[in-house]
Design a protein. Structure first.
Length: 114
């Protein structure tokens, strides 16, 4: 059974930074495009960033230049470095495989205060 465990969320002030981690178990991330999603209060889950098997990142327009997705295949872990945080970045952040997604994990909550 595939498990995705996100961590690193918390409370940050606007302009601050957080680094999220997503550890996968039961399936290797190597050979898979991986993604970070978020679900803001009262909103649907949305795709925020993804990284392909060659390490090429892509981002939602609103986080471009502020967020950096990366991967460590040796640790079977994906990261999301979030800088210059804004209140609208508040939400629960999840990771998953692209193409053949697993069940979403519990996510990690990020709250950005103004």
């Amino acid at each position: 059974q595939v498990q995705l465990v996100e961590s690193g969320g918390g409370l940050a002030q606007a302009g601050g930074s957080l680094r999220l981690s997503c550890a996968a178990a039961g399936r290797v991330i190597r050979g898979n495009t991986m993604a970070w999603y978020r679900q803001g209060p009262g909103k649907q889950r949305e795709l925020v960033a993804w990284i392909n098997t060659n390490g090429k990142p892509s981002y939602k327009d609103s986080v471009e230049g502020r967020f950096t997705i990366s991967r460590d295949n040796t640790k079977n872990t994906v990261y999301l470095q979030m800088n210059s945080l804004k209140p609208e970045d508040t939400g629960v952040y999840y990771c998953n495989f692209i193409g053949l997604p697993a069940n979403f994990g519990q996510g990690t909550r990020v709250t950005v205060s103004s």
